[in-house]
Structure formats: C-alpha cells, structure tokens
Write a protein that binds this ligand. Structure first.
Ligand code: AMP
Ligand code: MG
Length: 413
C-alpha cells in the first residue's frame, strides 16, 4: 500500500503541460497563457481628458473662485475621437469631452460643473493645477511594458487588456481531451431503461462533469462489458485522447479484468492500493504513451479519487501552477470515529459562521452513497493515524466547490 502523497507525487511526475495553441481571446477565458504579453502601444495612446469640461492653461485659472471667475474664450469643440486642430493660447479654452485628446497648449481640464458657458466665452469658477483631470499617455500601460505573464490565468480583465492592445488571438495551453470509459456488465447508459439488476453508469457523467469543471474536454467512450474483447476494443478507441480515465474493474473481483487488459495493451501500468478511503484501488500508467487512470467503480470512490489525483493532473496539463483545492481548518460539529491506517475523505458540509469554518458530515458514508457527495461541499481529511475526533475538535477540510465564495446577502465583514 502506498500513501496518498506518494501516489500523487508519482502521478504528477508523469504528467506534463500540453503544448500551446492560438485561440481567440474570448476562448482563452480560464486558460493559462503561454506567452509573455508586452504592450505594443501606450494606453492611452495620447494625453486625454478624464472629464467633460474645458481644456485650459492652468495659469489662466489662477485664483478663480465662484465669486471671481476667470473668463476664457472658447476656440474649439473636441468630442471624443476627434483630433484637436487648435492650440490653446493664453486666455483661451477648448470645450472637451471625456476621452478626447488634450489639445496642445492646454495643461489642465476644468470639469463642466465648475464652469458656465456664456456665448463664445466660458466662466471658470475654480483654480486648476498643472495636469488636473488629464490622463497621461501611457499612464495605464506604457509601450514595451510586460502586462501579462506566461503562466497567468486568463480572466475577463486579461481579456480586456489584450483587446486594448489589439491582440485578438493569444497562445494558451491546450485543453486535454479526456476519454471516459465505464466498465461493468451491470451498467446501462442513461436513456436505456434498466432492468432491476442493471444500474445506470452514473460515473460516465460525474467523471465527465469533473473533467469539464477543471478545464478538460470529456470524450465518452461508453460502457465496456467485462470481457477481454470489449475492454481491448474500448481501450483502443480511447487512444485518441490526451488522457484516459476508466472506472471500475480495478479491484479484486472475478470480473475485474481492467488490470490485466491494461497490462496487456499498455507497457507501463502500475496498480496501487492507496492508503485512503474511499478509493483504495487505483491504477495509473500509460497506454501507448497516453496517461491513464483506472479509477475504482463505486460512484463516491471514483469521484473522490478523481478529486485527489485526476484533477491536479488535468490542471497540470492545462498549464496551471496551483493544482490543489484549498484546505481550511474547521470545527467539527459531531463525533467521528475511523480505523487507523488509512486517510479518510469524509463527505461534509462546510459553513463559514462568525469568522470560522464549521463542518458536519453528510451522513451515511458508504462508497456507493452518491447522495453523500450531492450534499457535500467539502471533504474532511482525517490523517492515517487518527482514530477519532470529538465534536468541537479541529479538522482539515478540502473545499470541493466554490459555494463558500458566494453569499446570499451583499456586504462586507
Ligand atoms: P467494480 O470496481 O467494477 O467492482 O465496481 C464497484 C461498484 O461500483 C459496483 O457496485 C458497480 O456496480 C459500481 N459501478 C461500477 N461502475 C460504475 C459506473 N460507471 N456507474 C455507477 N456505478 C458503477
Ligand atoms: Mg465492475
């Protein structure tokens, strides 16, 4: 039996980021950028106005107040997008809109609210200083500056920046196509009507969703019967993918052929008993150079093993650096007991109350109780040597979704 850490280390040593591809920036959302982005231009390109108002020479407004306004002659109207034609001289002003280029000669903007138009003249009720309400060329980004770093995750802000720089395409790490193969004579697909001794291959769907959720592209290979021919055929069909995941057939039952077949078809399979629960049986290796996971068949085991081993692998393939779910310390609300020797991942509901995390189990913890996952937003991680934790004790909890990042009421702590 190997530890969770050892399994994870060995797996991640064998997984590598995929090559880059060029995608439209909108398709880059959530993906990892594969190049440094240097600004090809200044943003803004020219000094421009931060306000609707008047472009002036600041000295002309010296000492201006509500009672004693400065009176300037308006020489031009500069809407956004227009090119100023006239230079602002002493005693002059140009009417200017937000975002319009500041005309030569002017060195401050007086906002509309501090002015009053009077024919060809404008009264200025406030004194400006040099640079008031002018956005300087390059004040956001100056030409040549590195604005996005290789390895950054692309968010809406990065997409906006790329657009501002005129970059419609960008290099990101490819998303892996991940083959999903269910195995078992008892399984039927979702729209077939199961006889009482058949069950729907829910793993095909939970695994596919887990793949999508971390950025992979699921490829359904279907359900293989527990026969040599069918398993070989389906594993061969899976060889189109960048990563292969099978579920079931990796434990010690009479029909658990996956192990044998993988050894046959592949050249580098390792079969482990990982000291964890659920999810003790796990196969990992490669088939014709493609990494493959043989996950256990029980619906909860398959999901928990995916969380611990496959998710970090897919994130690594897509170029991410932060591969692991956040783990928090939480106060346990009930007593839990366990057997010594394996690490337990207990399905749990985590809350954040009065500045601290609290956690309780989602009930019955059998590896076939998928409902325990449905109700969970975390996994309590109990170490190998633990045998019990009492209510009120502190436990580590892995957060497996983003529910704690959202809240029903607006506000601040
Ligand atoms: P196995 O590891 O093949 O012995 O499967 C263990 C248990 O998980 C059995 O009760 C299977 O019926 C169940 N199981 C296996 N594959 C799936 C699947 N794709 N969807 C739902 N349950 C499954
Ligand atoms: Mg089976």
């Amino acid at each position: 039996m190997i530890s969770v850490e050892e399994a994870l280390t060995r797996i991640l040593e064998a997984i590598f980021p995929l090559p880059l591809e060029k995608v439209n920036i909108l398709d880059a959302l959530g993906r990892v950028i594969g190049e440094d982005v240097h600004a090809s231009r200044n943003i803004p390109p020219k000094d421009n106005s931060a306000m609707d108002g008047y472009a002036v020479r600041w000295q002309d407004t010296f000492g201006a107040t509500q009672k004693h306004p400065a009176l300037l002659t308006v020489i031009e109207d500069i809407p956004a997008g227009a090119i100023p034609h006239k230079s602002v001289g002493p005693g002059e002003a140009s009417r200017i809109m937000t975002g319009a280029p500041v005309p030569d000669g002017a060195d401050a903007i007086i906002k509309m609210e501090d002015t009053e138009k009077d024919g060809q003249k404008v009264r200025i009720f406030t004194a400006a200083h040099q640079g008031l309400d002018i956005r300087n060329a390059g004040e956001d980004v100056h030409e040549g500056e590195k604005v996005i770093h290789r390895g950054d995750v692309v968010r809406p802000a990065e997409i906006g920046m790329l657009a501002a720089l005129g970059r419609s395409f960008i290099s990101v790490h490819q998303r892996p196509v991940v083959a999903v193969l269910a195995t078992g004579d008892e399984l039927v697909d979702i729209d077939e009507s199961p006889t009482p001794w058949q069950i729907v291959s829910s793993n095909s769907y939970s695994i596919a969703a887990q793949i999508s959720e971390c950025g992979g592209i699921p490829l359904q290979i279907g359900i293989a019967k527990d026969t040599r021919e069918d398993l070989v055929a389906k594993f061969k069909a899976a060889l189109r993918a960048d990563l292969i995941i099978s579920s079931g057939g990796v434990s010690v039952g009479d029909y658990d052929l996956v192990k044998d077949i993988m050894k046959e078809v592949g050249n580098n399979m390792q079969f482990w008993q990982v000291a964890m629960r659920p999810g003790k049986p796990l196969a990992f290796g490669s088939l014709e150079g493609i990494p493959i996971f043989g996950l256990p068949g029980n619906p909860v085991s398959s999901m928990v093993s995916f969380e611990q081993f496959v998710r970090p692998s897919i994130l690594k393939m897509t170029g991410h650096k932060n591969l692991f779910r956040k783990t928090v310390k939480a106060t346990l609300k009930e007593d839990i007991t366990k057997k010594e020797g394996t690490r337990h991942f207990i399905r749990a509901k985590v809350d954040y109350e009065n500045g601290q995390y609290t956690v309780s189990t989602t009930g019955e913890q059998g590896s076939g109780i998928l409902k325990s996952m449905v109700r969970a937003n975390g996994l309590i991680v109990l170490p190998e040597d633990a045998t019990s934790v009492k209510a009120g004790g502190k436990v580590a909890v892995q957060l497996i979704d983003r529910s704690l990042e959202q809240t029903s009421k607006p506000g601040y702590p």
